[in-house]
Ligand binder design. Structure first.
Ligand SMILES: [Zn+2]
Length: 249
């Protein structure tokens, strides 16, 4: 169950199922988390509200790992513990990160693209992915979660994948060239496209299932339909960015 909660009067969203995993801290921010617009690229400054959110969650800014997101299928691995005292770790260009060190908190920034948090509760490890139409076409989920499972020597049934708010098939009309590219890449276009609309969630769920992952949580929220709660690049053009973050205490 995906629901809104608040800490110190700062609202954000969580999955109830993930809250039950011992030691795991996670959040999906919303518009209401930022009463002050954050820097769209998120590099550098954090709005006071997000700082307060981090504080309330018991996190330090230098535990965060930001990705220089470029709509690729590149997934990087961070083995070291946080070394930077003054600020967050920045990695990339990449659209996925695997943090072997549990106290690092990758942050995926989106405004319609799909954020995926993949969690291994027993291994206390997290993989976070940014999947837009390009990353999905290039199978970032298969690559990222596949690498994650291999690295941690975990079996797919130990993994929990959480699909955050993103633009859904109701609102995601795309041009025929995208259908062509998916077809060419060998995707099941009959299943992933409906009347010119792309179903990003279905395409990524298929990639998770291909790996044998069955514990898949879906927020079932469309950022474009629920523009009152979330940023939508499609609807707003100049949108802010939500954060999806997770890590272990
Ligand atoms: Zn919609």
């Amino acid at each position: 169950m995906f629901y809104q909660k608040s800490l110190a009067r700062i609202p954000f969203f969580v999955f109830k199922e993930l809250e039950e995993i011992p030691g795991l801290i996670h959040a999906f921010t919303s518009r209401q988390t930022d009463t002050v617009m954050i820097d769209a690229e998120g590099s550098g400054e954090v709005a006071p509200e997000k700082q307060l959110l981090l504080q309330t969650m018991g996190l330090k800014f230098n535990q965060l790992v930001f990705l220089h997101q470029v709509h690729s299928d590149r997934v990087v691995t961070l083995n070291s513990s946080p070394a930077n005292d003054s600020g967050p770790t920045e990695v990339g260009p990449a659209d996925g990160v695997i943090t072997a060190h549990p106290t690092q908190f990758p942050v995926i920034r989106t405004a319609d693209c799909l954020p995926i948090l993949a969690i291994l509760p027993e291994q206390r490890q997290v993989c976070a992915l940014h999947a837009g139409w390009r990353g999905t076409r290039d199978r970032i989920t298969v690559q990222g979660v596949g690498k994650f499972l291999k690295m941690s020597e975990a079996s797919p049934d130990q993994l929990v994948a959480a699909i955050g708010p993103c633009i859904r098939k109701c609102c995601y009309e795309v041009g025929p060239e995208i259908w062509d590219q998916y077809k060419e890449a060998g995707h099941d276009v009959e299943r992933f496209f409906m009347g010119g609309h792309l179903d990003l969630v279905r395409a990524n769920v298929a990639q998770l299932q291909e790996l044998g992952v069955s514990q898949i949580l879906d927020s079932e929220v469309c950022t474009c339909c629920r523009n009152d709660l979330f940023y939508s690049h499609r609807r707003e053009r100049q949108a802010g960015r939500m954060w999806a973050l997770a890590g272990f205490r």
